[in-house]
Design a protein around this ligand. Structure first.
Ligand code: GLU
Length: 549
């Protein structure tokens, strides 16, 4: 059979560029020896999940700890799954977690020399290589209809055989020249398949960058490389792209391990040296006593949007994921609590070989810890970003007064000081615990432990003597004075000796003031709170705190 003629009939030259030319168009990268070139290659389905972030973090670390490049390629060969705005959402989501691409789709970079970075825009390149394989007799057209393929699959399933297009089932593999041209003349749609040379009898040892040595069975499936619309399958496209984009290390989920034999054969037939592959284990969670994969349907925490909406501190998510990526990160983190995680020596071969356990409680721990370390400015920026996107109009109004919020945060969070508040794990909690500083979100619960008459008398007398210029000590001496006059004990020993003789201790009196001013019995230093609120508001709250006698 004249294979060149066949290749021309199936894939006319048109604007195709000869395959050899691409080596000049995409010359080797100018990176140091040992530098890793990695990529994130998502399909634009709009669902960006924790697994993508986990992979992206490994990609980014592998590239940037070796002086390499991390780029974004969009694998949009499946038009049906494409969602508008998905690419922007990938970039925005990863940027939120501090992960940036050096090059690639929608990235403004002088390094963009290996594009286009959208696979659909590279159709010409794939066709050129498919044509080459046709003319070498390493690929062939297949005219089988979906119904025929379904029938074959049903038969194979019934016979308990491996499903697919191989061996005796590869009906179009041995079509005669005459049959092929007859089909073409009849206008039958066709796909291009690889003419596999492998046999499942043959095994070989493969070195995975994470899993180490694994045994791989050769591929014998005549997989589709170009679909009937001339668009490649993932298998074919990724082999060509990783070769011409000079990827050195492909980090991808272990669900791709089963396709590895196909990928190795494709590289071989294309004459390319395969990149190193690192198959990451799936993220798992404990569900009762069993460990299972995180699922899109059951686990909202799989979606990255979940973390943004819930207001996790992004760096905490990254640091937590680092502990999942490399188990020795935890020790490093303990030794370097304020260190930049980028200083940790990330190693791809130290990644877990099986089931990485994702533990939300541990993430919450890291988040509380990270939030407690923020300066008032950092804390303000973090909370404001959340408020801008997910807060109420009232929250946004509050956060427009930066000066006021900074004072509040310094006190409430202990931000920047020594006594740090360590119970805030998400932005929303941080926003809600300062609500009482604003009249429009102040919702006091006036549950006092003293009778109305005492409460009212105390609030009124303290309102009268309160002076914002007083320091903490004077403030407290005034509380004592007022409380003492109303029958509270000002001396702890006296109170302990005979509690019945008093209306309560001075701290019980202070609690009354606290409830009136902050709405509840627990708060940071009340004198400081009143100072932040300002005289008018503080006094008004004291008086509004009175009960109907
Ligand atoms: N497009 C594939 C996916 O979204 C990428 C796999 C790979 O990284 O090679 O899963």
């Amino acid at each position: 059979m004249d294979l060149n003629k066949l290749a021309n009939a199936l894939i006319p030259d048109g604007d195709l560029i000869a395959p050899e030319e691409y080596e000049n168009i995409f010359p080797a990268r100018d990176v140091a020896k040992g530098a890793e070139v990695t990529r994130l290659a998502p399909s634009p389905t709009g669902f960006i999940h924790l697994g993508n972030l986990y992979s992206a973090l490994a990609d980014e670390r592998a590239a940037h700890t070796s002086g390499g490049v991390f780029y974004l390629r969009i694998e949009d060969t499946d038009e049906k799954r494409k969602v508008e705005g998905a690419v922007e959402s990938v970039i925005r989501s990863l940027k939120y977690f501090g992960i940036k691409f050096d090059e690639g789709a929608e990235i403004d970079s002088p390094l963009n020399k290996y594009g286009p970075y959208y696979q659909r825009q590279r159709a010409k390149i794939y066709r050129s290589f498919a044509k080459k394989l046709l003319s070498q007799g390493r690929a062939y057209p297949c005219f089988c209809t979906a119904e025929e393929l379904d029938e074959t699959r049903a038969k194979q399933t019934e016979n308990k055989e491996t499903t697919g297009y191989y061996g005796v089932y590869a009906k179009c593999r041995n079509l005669s020249e005459e049959e092929i041209y007859k089909n073409l003349q009849a206008g039958k749609p066709f796909v291009i398949r690889l003419k596999s040379q492998g046999s499942i009898e043959n095994k070989r040892v493969f070195r995975d960058a994470i899993k180490g040595e694994i045994t791989v069975t050769e591929n014998d499936q005549d997989v589709v490389i170009l679909k009937s619309d001339g668009i490649p399958t993932y298998h074919f496209a990724h082999a060509i792209d990783d070769h011409f984009m000079h990827t050195t290390l492909v980090i991808r989920g272990e669900e791709w391990l089963s396709s590895l034999p196909v990928h190795l054969e494709l590289h071989e037939v294309l004459g390319f040296k395969p990149p190193r592959y690192a198959h990451t284990c799936s993220l798992m969670k404990m569900d009762g006593d069993t460990k299972r994969k995180l699922s899109k349907r059951k686990d909202p925490e799989l979606s990255l949007d979940y973390y943004r909406k819930a207001g996790y501190y992004p760096l905490a998510v990254v640091k937590y994921l680092m502990t999942v990526l490399n188990s020795n990160f935890e020790e490093w983190y303990l030794k370097n609590p304020d260190g930049d995680y980028r200083d940790f020596k990330f190693k791809i071969d130290k990644m877990g070989k099986s089931g990485a356990l994702f533990d939300l409680d541990k993430l919450n721990d890291v988040s509380r810890n990270e939030i407690s370390k923020l300066t008032p400015e950092e804390c303000y920026a973090f909370l404001k970003e959340w408020v801008d996107e997910f807060g109420t109009d009232t929250d946004r109004e509050h956060f427009s007064d930066k000066e006021y919020i900074l004072k509040i945060l310094a006190l409430v969070m202990g931000a920047g000081g020594k006594k740090k508040r360590k119970d805030i794990e998400r932005a929303e909690q941080g926003v809600r615990i300062i609500d009482y500083f604003f009249d429009d979100s102040f919702k006091p619960e006036r549950v006092y432990r003293s009778d109305a008459q005492t409460v009212n008398a105390l609030l009124e007398s303290f309102a009268e003597v309160y002076d914002p210029a007083d320091d903490n000590q004077i403030w407290f001496s005034k509380v004592k004075e007022v409380a003492g006059k109303l029958g509270f004990a000002v001396d702890n020993a006296a109170y302990k000796a005979d509690p019945e003789a008093f209306k309560g201790n001075v701290s019980d009196a202070a609690e009354i003031l606290r409830i009136a001013v902050t709405g509840g019995p627990n708060s940071p230093d009340l004198c400081t709170i009143m100072g932040i609120l300002g005289k008018d508001r503080a006094v008004r709250r004291l008086l509004d705190g009175r009960l109907n006698a």
